[in-house]
Design a protein around this ligand. Structure first.
Ligand code: 3Y8
Ligand code: NAP
Length: 248
């Protein structure tokens, strides 16, 4: 009897959960517990870590999970690595639902860097106004460049003092082009730092930067282990059908 575990946390995972619920497939949706009030899902939902690879393997065995879909954000690298290891250990079929990265288009002024430390180093020395569209967890490297005026955007209000002076917008997205243009103009933003998340929910800042002729420091995705990867909910549903036909 099929029972799927969705490692979720982003829009695509919510779209998948809706499709799985509509198909009447027995499944559990899992959040990491990063935000105070994550969006409701049409499936039984668990919140919080599993306890590393062994914790996830134990969960899979205990809960009789027969299929795992890693629908986490492309930068949720530790969760994705743990899923590959735990599924190998338990012999559980795994597929990753991972949207394509954004690609530079005509008019895009991108400086592509490998990680958030390199992103800080790519900023100019002279004081300027920077929008950090990279959330809350990985902003420490910018503390070594306090000469800039920073605008941050978090899902929830900051609980601890920030590592550097900054203005915080609290908003969970998805974001609109008009909203991003208005924010950047009003704040006189001259540089944008972004992660190459892909998808539509955070793309508006990239389009706004192009329209305003602003440079974007684009952090490329972490390398993930080899695993079966699809880019659409439809392909995940076909994979589930196929596995069921095989009686897997
Ligand atoms: C908890 C689930 C929806 C889902 C919204 C998408 C869109 C906005 C792109 C910017 C970039 C950022 C951030 C972002 C994106 C959507 C989508 C997407 C980027 C929620 C959610 C959870 C999280 C966790 C949160 C991180 C943070 C990252 C903000 C829910 C809203 C910056 C990633 O405070 C914290 O600890 C937040 C942590 C991981 C990155 C970071 O390191 O701070 N997402 N985001 C998930 C969980 O607990 O398992 O609360 O409902 C989901 C969404 N995040 O349609 O409503 O692409 O799907 N989320 C990045 O790309 O750099 C925002 O502001 O422009
Ligand atoms: P991460 O660094 O890859 O994972 C760190 C640990 O958090 C994992 O080892 C696991 O703990 C726990 N975890 C992460 N995602 C989980 C999930 N969906 N269900 C249960 N436990 C989870 O993760 P992250 O980058 O902080 O992302 C956390 C969540 O936010 C994910 O759901 C992700 O999809 C979502 N999100 C992340 C980003 C981003 O920029 N990283 C953007 C949007 C949404 P244990 O080891 O204890 O199991």
């Amino acid at each position: 009897m099929m029972r799927a575990l969705i490692l979720g946390g982003i829009t695509d995972a919510s779209l998948l959960a809706a499709e799985i619920a509509r198909a009447g497939i027995d499944a559990v949706y899992s959040y990491g517990g990063r935000t105070r009030a994550p969006a409701d899902q049409p499936l039984p939902t668990r919140i919080g870590g599993f306890g590393g690879v062994s914790g996830l393997a134990d969960y899979v065995r205990r809960e009789g999970i027969t299929h795992v879909i890693d629908a986490t954000h492309p930068f949720a690298a530790e969760m994705s690595r743990n899923a590959v290891e735990a599924c190998a250990e338990t012999g559980t079929p795994l597929v990753a639902l991972e949207r394509a990265p954004w690609t530079r288009g005509p008019g895009d002024n991108w400086i592509e860097v490998g990680d958030v430390n390199a992103a800080g180093a790519a900023l100019p020395e002279a004081p300027t106004s920077v929008f950090l569209g990279i959330g809350r967890q990985h902003i420490a490297p910018f503390a070594t460049r306090p000469q800039h005026t920073y605008t941050l955007r978090f899902v929830d209000p900051p609980e601890a003092p920030l590592p550097f002076a900054a203005d915080v917008i609290v908003s969970r997205g998805p974001f609109t082009l008009d909203g991003e243009l208005e924010m950047m103009r009003r704040r006189g933003i001259a540089w944008i730092v972004a992660r190459n998340s892909g998808g539509d929910g955070a793309r508006a800042k990239i389009d706004a930067a192009r329209m305003l002729g602003l440079p974007v420091i684009m952090i490329s995705r972490p390398r993930l282990p080899e695993r079966l990867r699809v880019e659409s909910v439809t392909e995940v549903m076909q994979w589930l059908d196929h596995r069921t036909c095989l009686g897997a």
